[in-house]
Design a protein around this ligand. Structure first.
Ligand SMILES: [Zn+2]
Ligand SMILES: [Zn+2]
Length: 618
């Protein structure tokens, strides 16, 4: 928001929330009515083209946002390197935030406004009706009017806006977001002139709108993408088209590079930043950032695609919950599933840093349900293998296997890859010891018996052993699992492992496969503590409580955290992810995968020592 908002800096339809899109409904309905009564042949095509053009703008902007965030996560050709935290996503929304997070809702407001203006223009402006598909004279007029008056007026208005009085009232908006400014009305000059001279055409209008969005997004994407050869091949282009690094200098220096999209006014009035060319060259040379820890995760539900950081910043900044309107987006969800499936490689979703340890989260492009399909197993293992090799090659010291990437049925907690690559430099970590430690430490003090319900995993085994050693009775509800676990117990404490279907313990440790009937067998006031990667469906509202999946609060020293890890609250990370970070911080040399488990006590105290905190019970 502007530091000192002037008049008209808030959208008049702000109170409508998501219903703001309905503002366009009367015109859309009117268009359909025209088609229904007059038929396609006689309907006004220019009028009908407004809606698809607006939808195209939304998609175009989203494509830039996603591309920008993916690229910025990798760091290649990045212009400004800077981390952001949650409070910036919520409040500040400055340019850095914008370029890395791009607040899509603001852009939507701009698009709604332009939609309303276009509809009004198409109805009431002389020359705005029944536009032909194409007219060359109108297109030339738009280009000239843009390069002339629009760029010129923008330049001088922009310089004036940097005057303190106006800046605090209006322009800090531009430096907060690129769109919510009255100044953007300048773009209507060429369009109105075309309509009034009767030279307007549908294609020319559409191309101009795409040009504006393209240049706007490009200027704020925070990575340099204009290739060098373009300027060598056509030198005057330097004056006709800005580059992302050129405009980024306006945001970092404030008193230079005022131009809209064409830098020649900066050259004429000598406000061009002297470091423009060097920054451009250096940005092009910026390499991918090095990495110490790679956490391998994957997509979860179909709708989770909107929650990954490159999707929508605001969703990603809150714990994931499935929303009805996201389910309505199923065509896009399916499309993105097909696209990610075909992409066939992992992608970087997040980048963090802690005490010189640089970490990245990479997502395997498969959803949870894929992991349960037999015929997908090989492909998934190949993807994970490829990611591990890539991480190893780029110098990562640790690769942690998140969610189902360590499933026993898939790769035996990562053992498969070690057998294949015994000389792997990166340490493979499945995080069992820390996950188990979190579960054991979430059990209230004084508890003398617990029930284990759900499928027995590696974590469950370690938890059961630790509890038996602490003289806590561990009651198992599944006879088969009980017989499986019993021989693994040290003889001296084996008596603490019991089998009973009617146990009355008030603490339940739950894993995958816990069914509803089992949950309802628990006593009132039972505390459910999951040891699984995924949370159970929370069915009992009657004074029962549910803990999060094994996770800890991360210390302040862990930076650039501005999205939530799946369903976990802000600044809470899964134990499996933290395990990899600890492994690198401590420089531990052994792998933790297959049957290998690190010393639980050692891992837990290292976590506490580095400032990770247990998640409080509610
Ligand atoms: Zn400015
Ligand atoms: Zn800008």
């Amino acid at each position: 928001m502007a530091t000192n908002p002037g008049l008209f800096t808030e959208w008049p339809w702000k109170k409508l929330g998501s219903f703001k899109y309905m503002l366009l409904a009367p015109w859309v309905a009117h268009g359909w009515y025209e088609v229904a009564t007059k038929g396609w042949r006689n309907a006004d095509l220019g009028y009908l083209a407004i809606l698809p053009s607006l939808i195209l703008r939304v998609l175009h902007n989203q494509a830039w946002i996603t591309a920008s965030r993916l690229q910025n996560a990798r760091g290649r050709r990045q212009i400004v390197r800077r981390g952001i935290e949650f409070d910036q996503v919520d409040r500040e929304r400055n340019w850095y935030t914008l370029s890395i997070l791009s607040i899509a809702s603001l852009e939507d407001d701009q698009i709604i406004l332009s939609g309303i203006l276009l509809y009004l223009g198409a109805l009431y402006m002389p020359g705005g009706q029944y536009l032909p598909l194409w007219r060359a004279d109108g297109a030339v007029l738009i280009a000239l009017l843009h390069a002339g008056p629009v760029e010129f007026l923008y330049y001088w208005f922009h310089r004036a806006l940097h005057h303190h009085f106006l800046y605090t009232r209006y322009h800090s908006h531009h430096h907060a977001s690129i769109v919510t400014e009255p100044i953007t009305l300048l773009f209507s000059i060429p369009l109105i002139a075309c309509a009034l001279t009767g030279t307007a055409s549908i294609i020319a209008f559409e191309v101009y709108v795409i040009y504006i969005d393209l240049m706007n997004n490009m200027g704020h994407c925070n990575f340099e993408l204009v290739p060098n050869w373009l300027f060598k091949w056509f030198p005057p282009l330097k004056y006709l088209m800005y580059t992302p690094s050129y405009h980024s200098l306006h945001h970092t220096q404030f008193r230079t590079n005022y131009s809209l999209f064409m830098p020649f006014y900066d050259y004429i009035y000598n406000t061009m930043d002297k470091s423009s060319d060097t920054l451009y060259d250096n940005s092009l040379k910026n390499k991918e950032e090095e990495v110490d820890v790679v956490h391998l995760t994957h997509l979860t539900s179909l709708q989770s695609i909107y929650h990954v950081r490159p999707g929508f910043a605001e969703f990603a900044s809150k714990p994931y919950v499935s929303k009805w309107y996201m389910r309505m987006m199923w065509p896009f969800s399916w499309l993105s599933m097909v696209l990610t499936w075909a992409y066939g490689s992992s992608f970087i979703v997040e980048r963090n840093v802690m005490k010189k340890i640089r970490m990245q989260s990479w997502a395997i492009t498969r959803y949870s349900f894929h992991y349960g399909l037999d015929w997908e197993k090989e492909a998934i293992n190949d993807l994970i293998e490829k990611a591990i090799c890539e991480a190893d090659k780029s110098g990562a010291k640790v690769v942690s296997l998140g969610l189902l990437n360590q499933a026993n049925t898939l790769n035996k907690s990562g053992d498969l890859y070690l057998l294949k690559y015994p000389k792997l430099r990166a340490r493979l970590v499945d995080g069992t010891s820390l996950a188990a430690a979190v579960v054991v430490n979430s059990i209230p003090q004084g508890t003398d018996q617990v029930i284990i319900a759900g499928n027995i995993s590696k974590v469950a085994r370690v938890v059961a052993q630790a509890l038996c050693k602490n003289n806590v009775k561990v009651i198992m509800t599944n006879k088969q699992d009980y017989h499986l676990l019993k021989p693994e117990m040290p003889e001296t404490v084996a008596d603490n492992l019991l089998f009973s279907k009617t146990g009355t313990a008030k603490v339940w440790l739950t894993g995958d496969g816990l069914d509803a009937a089992q949950q309802f067998r628990a006593q009132k006031g039972t505390q459910f503590i999951p040891y699984s990667q995924f949370p159970p469906r929370m069915l009992r509202k009657d004074s029962c409580s549910y803990s999060t999946t094994p996770a800890m609060i991360v210390p302040k020293t862990l930076q650039n955290v501005h999205s939530c890890e799946n369903w976990l609250p802000r600044r809470v990370m899964s134990a499996w992810r933290i395990a990899g970070i600890l492994h690198a911080l401590e420089g531990w040399t052994e792998h933790e995968c297959g049957d290998k488990v690190l010393d639980m006590e050692k891992v837990w105290s290292a976590a506490i020592m580095h400032g990770f905190c247990p998640v409080a019970q509610d």
